[in-house]
Design a protein around this ligand. Structure first.
Ligand code: ATP
Ligand code: MG
Length: 612
């Protein structure tokens, strides 16, 4: 219960009003329930003529609280006796029945009120958790996701949140209602006969033990279960992304086997969890009945010996009430198991929610409006993990309006280097400054606002072409979008499409060719109109013809901007102000195209190879 509160408590805070409301409603429901059962007493009386005693009215208010029950009982009998004398037993029975019905109506109305008030709470909590995860996902640094599998994260935000919904929030009703019911009932039972109730309570530890044993491993098993589920989702995700390759390598059977292995394991664990969980009801039912039998025996024994604290009539009522108490106990134990399962999912969700964001903004971070002077990288070193340093001792100065090109073999660290400037990762040593201000002292928003990106793989969203181009600029007009598309040499092919700018591009842009995707992403960067442009192989997916056109456009764009361009094809960066050759994470050569050719080193070698 404590674990439950620790994990879920913060989500409840917003819904205090509903919780208070549902508590009140349930207390009312429990009281109505107890009273409606009390009506059974005189009914039994009338039907079985158990008791021929004559009752006198004890005036209300003349007695202290301790005797209230006795007085109420006495007066109840008195009133029903009066009724029988006036209207006859049949009519009295009907009258009592009516009272019973109306009390039950009130009871069920309060029940309803209690559950209905939990609905906004339940649904709200699930929404809050989902939104919190999403927010966290968009704010976490990229490095977090290179450690995690996408399918796993998707499982957490969907299946695990569902599990929390099914198990925790749907049990809330039970968790709120049942303790109240049990307390009211036990209080009432104690008032009826504390001796019998004391005896009853002796049996409770036995029940608690039995129920607790079953629930014990439920949480860890559920955790294993959700992990397996996320394995299978990860595989689906991977498979969808790699269907082309799976078919090409005729690996359908192999992938199916791999998937079935996981689903089988998942099935085994969930089967065991389900069996364990389904033991909840029978165990509490059985132990509850044992409890009643024991009380029946004990109470009966007292009655036979003539020293019972209550009469037979009241004893039947007592047993009915005791039996009624079993239901909330059963429900509570069931809810307890459910909650164990839900807590396992919550633990997985918290892995994301509690993840630390190591790309942090300092307090009073500066805002930066534009680039005035330069971008400076000083003694920069970086590694993704401890084992291997990817970049060492990088010194670079990019003056406003200049174009600096990075070349070098695959894996030399070019993409990593340009990722450091928008702070997708933070440098491990050294610093990066924009206009003399360390980028770690800038508002991340304003830093990234300065930078336009065109990447190696053009990432588009499943939306219209128009919205994909306008992604970086709210409220862009059609003219602006078209102009950007024209500069990126994309306008013509867009107009040839069925719906023009309203064409949906498909998942990650899969309905477009690689070159088309690239041009859309160039148009997107052009429309954002940032002072700093980072081009990572921006023209790699274009044919020579469109490469020329895009190159022209980019050159026009680059002339008014500060650009860092990564290229394999040296022809595209010939005119850069400075070309840096990266080799195994170090800048080994730098200069203009002509200078580097004259140097006859790495660059010359690369250049000659491409001439071939
Ligand atoms: P290419 O020309 O092929 O794009 P690149 O110069 O852009 O290559 P990077 O992507 O910067 O190369 O990668 C540099 C090195 O960093 C590679 O050896 C790669 O294995 C490693 N690396 C890249 N991303 C990660 C990551 N998320 N975690 C760990 N290592 C990484
Ligand atoms: Mg790269």
């Amino acid at each position: 219960m404590k674990a439950f509160y620790n994990v879920m408590g913060k989500y409840f805070a917003r819904y205090k009003g509903f919780i208070a409301g549902t508590l009140v409603m349930n207390i009312l429901a429990a009281l109505f329930n107890v009273f409606s059962f009390s009506i059974i007493l005189p009914i039994l009386q009338i039907l079985f003529k158990i008791n021929n005693q004559h009752y006198e009215l004890i005036p209300w208010g003349t007695t202290d609280w301790g005797n209230l029950i006795d007085v109420a009982k006495n007066n109840g009998y008195y009133y029903s006796q009066q009724l029988i004398e006036t209207y006859g037993p049949a009519t009295t029975l009907l009258l009592l029945g009516l009272i019973l019905s109306s009390l039950t109506l009130f009871k069920t109305l309060s029940y309803f009120g209690g559950s209905a008030m939990l609905a906004p709470l339940r649904t709200g909590i699930v929404r809050d958790i989902r939104n919190a995860i999403y927010q966290k996902i968009v704010h976490l640094p990229l490095s977090f996701f290179s450690e995690e599998r996408k399918g796993d994260i998707m499982t957490r935000i969907t299946a695990d949140v569902n599990e929390v919904d099914n198990s925790i929030t749907s049990s809330l009703d039970m968790v709120v209602k049942n303790p109240i019911f049990i307390l009211v009932y036990v209080g009432w039972l104690t008032a009826l006969s504390w001796q019998l109730t004391l005896f009853t309570l002796l049996v409770v530890p036995l029940m608690a033990f039995g129920i607790g044993r079953i629930g014990k491993k439920l949480k860890s098993k559920s955790l294993a279960m959700q992990n397996k589920l996320s394995d299978s989702v990860s595989q689906i995700e991977e498979t969808l992304g790699g269907l082309r390759i799976i078919k090409a390598f005729i690996a359908e059977g192999k992938m199916t086997d791999r998937f079935e292995r996981v689903t089988n394991e998942y099935r085994d664990i969930s089967c065991r969890v389900a069996i364990r969980q389904s033991a909840a009801h029978p165990v509490s039912e059985f132990l509850g009945t044992v409890m009643i039998v024991l009380v029946l025996w004990f109470g009966g024994w007292l009655i036979f010996n003539g020293n019972s604290p209550i009469d037979a009539n009241l004893f039947i009522y007592y047993l009915i009430l005791l039996y009624t108490t079993l239901q909330p106990i059963k429900d509570l134990s069931k809810a307890g198991y459910s909650i164990q399962k839900g807590l396992a999912s919550m633990e997985r969700i918290n892995r994301i929610l509690d993840a630390e964001n190591n790309i942090r903004e300092i307090e009073n971070a500066y805002s930066i409006e534009g680039l005035e002077r330069d971008i400076v990288l000083k003694n920069v070193a970086f590694s993704y993990n401890e084992n291997r340093e990817i970049l060492h001792n990088i010194n670079l100065c990019i003056k406003k309006g200049q174009t600096v090109a990075l070349v070098g073999q695959s894996g030399s660290g070019k993409s990593t280097l340009v990722d450091l400037i928008p702070r997708y990762h933070d440098v491990c040593e050294g610093y990066i400054e924009i206009d003399g201000k360390d980028i770690r002292t800038l508002k991340i928003r304003s830093l990234r606002g300065l930078i336009g990106n065109v990447n190696q793989e053009a990432i588009l969203f499943n939306d219209t072409i128009r919205n994909n181009i306008a992604f970086g600029k709210d409220g862009a007009t059609q003219e602006e979008i078209e102009q950007a598309a024209r500069i990126a040499n994309a306008h013509d092919f867009i107009m040839e499409m069925e719906d023009g700018y309203d064409t949906m591009v498909g998942d990650r842009g899969c309905r477009l060719s690689g070159g088309q995707r690239q041009r859309i992403s160039i148009a997107r960067a052009i429309l954002k109109n940032p002072p700093i442009l980072i081009l990572d192989e921006a023209t790699s997916a274009l044919d020579t013809e469109s490469e020329r056109l895009v190159q022209d456009a980019l050159e026009r764009l680059m002339s008014t901007r500060t650009t860092i361009a990564i290229a394999h094809r040296l022809s595209t960066i010939k005119h850069a102000d400075e070309i840096c050759v990266l080799h195994e994470g170090q800048i080994v050569e730098r200069g203009t195209h002509e200078e580097l050719i004259a140097k006859n080193g790495y660059y010359k070698r690369l250049h000659d190879m491409q001439q071939l």
